[in-house]
Design a protein around this ligand. Structure first.
Ligand SMILES: [Zn+2]
Length: 90
């Protein structure tokens, strides 16, 4: 049991525990946990999600698009790389 470890983990990710919504002079903003940026809390920047903070999805539209692309691209890359590794071993 090392208390210092817990303190370090807690301090490293304060955004995950803090509020994801804030009000600025331009209106309400929502924090994107993927790009660590604040964006206007509306459906222009976030997909709507009734279960999410402020009724919006946890990450912005740009990050969601990247996430979907990364999953598709990563899947293709890994399947293309696997046969090469198998051949090298055999
Ligand atoms: Zn984002």
């Amino acid at each position: 049991m090392h208390r210092t470890n817990f303190d370090t983990i807690g301090a490293a990710k304060p955004a995950n525990r803090g509020p994801k919504l804030r009000t600025t002079i331009d209106g309400q903003e929502k924090f994107c946990t993927r790009c660590d940026e604040w964006w206007p809390a509306d459906i222009e920047f976030f997909f709507s999600d009734p279960g999410g903070v402020g009724g919006l999805f946890y990450c912005c539209k740009a990050c969601f698009a990247e996430y979907k692309l990364a999953r598709r691209g990563g899947g293709r890359e890994s399947t293309a790389t696997e046969p090469v590794i198998v051949e090298g071993r055999a």
